[in-house]
Design a protein around this ligand. Sequence first.
Ligand SMILES: CC(C)(COP(=O)(O)OP(=O)(O)OC[C@H]1O[C@@H](n2cnc3c(N)ncnc32)[C@H](O)[C@@H]1OP(=O)(O)O)[C@@H](O)C(=O)NCCC(=O)NCCS
Length: 392
Amino acid sequence: MDPDQLECRELREGDDMVAVMELMQQGFGGSAIRTGRRAVPAPSTSRGEWILAAFDQGRPVGTAVMRDMTQWWGGAPVPMCGTSGLSIAPEYRRLGVGRRLFSHVQQEGLARGYPLLSGYPMSPPFFRSLGWEMVGRRFQTEISIQSLRSITAPKVRLRRAGPPDASQVRTLIADVHREQRDSGPVLFDPDATRIMLATPGLYNYLADDGFLSYHWNGTKEIIVQRLLARSEATLRAMWAMVASYATQAHTVRAWLAPNDPITWLLADADDRLTGTHIWGVRITDAPTAMAARGFPGSRPIRVPLLIEDTVIPANSGRWTLVVADGKGALEPDDGSVGPSPLTLTAGGLAALYGGIPLPLLRRTGLARGGDVEGDPALDALFATQPHTFDSW
Ligand SMILES: CC(C)(COP(=O)(O)OP(=O)(O)OC[C@H]1O[C@@H](n2cnc3c(N)ncnc32)[C@H](O)[C@@H]1OP(=O)(O)O)[C@@H](O)C(=O)NCCC(=O)NCCS
């Protein structure tokens, strides 16, 4: 079997959907079903989700899922393709099939206009070999519900939200991430927001400037899926709503930013990070990704770069990174700018984009050369703490 001879494409009518689903099931166990959220996947046009497969003489031997998403970087929304569900039939593993299928996924993401892919790589060596690097985490915080009762509740109207509120919810989430200059949080496509707002057992509330989404886990624990607000009054009111379950629940587990305001609202030091899942990114179109990201305002800076990307050659070569007035640009460079550019691997570029400091990149082989004296200024531009509230 020659991996290059395999057919890699999006699923279409007539494909053996059950075999594809079984393949995902075999790779991930029960949770794989979540990626399709339907018993038998069908090629999707409106849901912003595509299932791809590698076929060996018509038989699916590998699967991958791509999703249309937006991810905030430095407070700016960047079109991002979420990847998941990569599963190769066990008898086809370590033969280059995963590499062949996922290279196709990366090209497909590029062709569909996404400068960035993001996902939760469970096999870092595989993803690194394709130009990915780990940049962020999904943090869960555990809080005793009794300690939440110390948060006083001003009079803020919270109303139950449903599918007709989808665009208000999306605007509000976008406003919060812009104001907080967040990196990492995502929004799925608009259909997914409507489905989320209609999900039985998920309780969604809107204030004029806040959004709360939570559900029970068993009978003693509340999971806060998202709690975002633009004012202290609304933050307090939403946490007070969660605290009103103190007669029944013992614990709240919340997907929160590592520096969530809750730490500063609680009377006790009772919030505890309990879990983190690491995620990574792949920059597929370096100039577009750099132009889409937000940067802090600063004195203009110009840094000569050499990018080494063996998988997506269009990223490779000499560039000048220019950042001014909160905007970034990668300008092609004929080599005349400086004798010693900062050299980044594809993973190094992803890690820099994600705010991993240059001293760390230099120690892990992701960056070398350039002007070491200039590292702090460059790090200050990219500094951020990427986090997500969702998995995909
Ligand atoms: C991880 C997975 C997708 C890799 O697919 P694959 O077809 O076996 O990988 P390839 O043969 O294309 O490997 C390409 C390169 O990735 C790296 N790689 C792949 N699997 C690896 C492993 N288990 N450990 C270390 N490196 C690995 C190697 O560098 C490899 O090149 P090499 O074989 O020349 O050394 C596959 O093993 C799988 O389906 N696993 C179960 C589900 C899963 O974990 N999916 C990933 C979820 S994010």
